[in-house]
Design a protein around this ligand. Sequence first.
Ligand code: RIB
Ligand code: CA
Length: 322
Amino acid sequence: MTTAAAKKEIWLDTDPGFDDWFAWALLEADPAVRLHGVSVVAGNAPLPLVLANAQRIHALHGWQTPLWAGAERPLVQKQVTAQDILGSTGLRTSGAALPEAATPLQAGHGVDAMIDSVRAHPGRITLLAIGPLTNVALAFAKAPELPSLLAGLVIMGGSQGAGNTTPVAEFNIYADPEAAAQVFEQAPRVPGGTRMFGLEVCRQVQGGDAHVAALRAASRGPGDRAAVFADHLDGYIGVARRRGRASAPMYDPTPVAWLAHPEWFTLQPARVEVELKGSFTRGMTVCELRVPRRAVANAEVAVAAQGDEVMAWAVEMLRGVL
Ligand code: RIB
Ligand code: CA
């Protein structure tokens, strides 16, 4: 008797922005994924705005995954957002706006919901964090056994070198460095391993006009899901176009593609530490790849991706459901 391949069970922590939306839509579209829940964290924009984005995205697609509000501010520092780049709502569009309809939030806090779900499914859930790590750090502090109950921890964040927010810090880490430091401290306790998808690998996955056109071609009329999604992809890529580039890095979809097709990626063991004290380097992920000679690894860092295969897969996955 053939047994159905086990589904990959995921909890998503996110700060929707468009690349978050793209990543989330891929998880919802993938029949091999069971998405247990989504917790929203302040990041690209303040919590009320990223929450509203999440609720409207959820309603647009008619998804069933339960949705919670999580942390509204970093653990220690004052809030920083990406609104200077991504606009006041954290979501840019070149045309259609997200419809107003919004899915109601689940009662309770997203951190508690994450803890409850992982405790109820010990050893089965991979935690995918594609925003600042505030919710994850709070969950690990409130439930110290949580890292050991995860099947895996996958983080979009950090970099091996230059940053995108400061010269050396990537946004998700820079937005809450204390949370990131606490999460990487717990990383070795995750039985299935912790994996970091930083700027270098995500920049090998580029979205451009051809992808906008392919998704727009799935539209059956103005204002439908495909048109709204394509207009927001176009708006997201517009940030890069205004800087003279023809395409934009698809940050958050990158780890989702690894979950589905690890064969398209190269990862290396590393020691990842988060700088907290540097006047100019706070929020930097310091990645020591000379393990075990120079340090004990606490994670794997993704260093290469077959970006064209990733984007072809991603567009095909979405065309089927938009
Ligand atoms: O640096 C890229 C990350 O910051 C992505 O997760 C994007 O959504 C923003 O949160
Ligand atoms: Ca994000």
